[in-house]
Design a protein around this ligand. Sequence first.
Ligand code: GDP
Length: 318
Amino acid sequence: MRLRGADQVADLVTAARDGSPRAVARLISLVEDGSPALREVMAALAPHTGHAQVVGLTGAPGVGKSTTTNALVAELRRQHRRVGVLAVDPSSPFSGGALLGDRIRMSDHATDDGVFIRSMASRGHLGGLAWSTPQAVRVLDAAGFDIVLIETVGVGQSEVEIAALADTTLVLLAPGMGDGIQAAKAGILEIGDVYVVNKADRDGASQVSRDLRGMLSLADRREGAWRPPIVKTIAQDGTGLPEVAAAIGHHHDWLVVTGELAARRTRRAREEIEAIALEVLRGRWGSVGRTDEVSALAAAVAAGTSDPYSAADRLLGG
Ligand code: GDP
């Protein structure tokens, strides 16, 4: 996508803030493409950000993440909150914009301009989703969405990264998936702000909930620390979703009162800056005339005529 001049960026940003889904979609495409226009876009968006509550949703495949996202969106819409959803698949380099799951999900909220749903893909971008997701969140935030849900659609590994992007992290579990043990292994006992035991209509949901409560009670929590609630849901029919929405609201209040919201956001901004700085450096090394230099340095280090620290110094200094 080509954009010329500041006017087009300003127009897009204005249109997105006026609620144009098309403008929001175009801005997110610029993020995915790593467009050079992003500098201007982010500068134009910055004064309008900081309002949205960013909620991450994670859990093993099959626990009901997309069903829960859908039901949560419906619940939040009942409360007249505008909701943006980013479905991120860290394991896939392909754009999921046209995936079947997306279309099915979209169909529930297709005529509702208070909902924007988008799959994010890294498209082989070096910084990947860790780089692009926070920028897509900025787009939705500036476009006036009250809540931005980030749902992981991929497998494993990504939970902790998603937690780093969100103000509030929901961890989903379900009976029949050996989640008790898995939970401890994957480290999700540390990252959840709200635990959702989905498929409460199935045998074993109460057991999962009890096991989880037992494990969470072992955690060493300071006085005044947040105690993650456990909410049982049947995502398919919306049971328990008002309680999930309430828990998200309580956590947000706690974040504000304790100053933890500002602390988390500052931490996040720091990571964003570092990711962008690294991108800029990588871009410089890949620029015309410098790839030869990097190759020569690599050959020298491989041959033992230089060491990697000196080579890195040369790269950074030059
Ligand atoms: P994801 O892989 O975590 O996104 O899981 P999905 O949302 O795709 O759900 C996986 C399967 O579980 C689907 O067949 C859903 O219909 C089903 N499912 C989701 N929520 C519930 C629930 O509350 N109860 C039952 N029995 N099945 C559910």
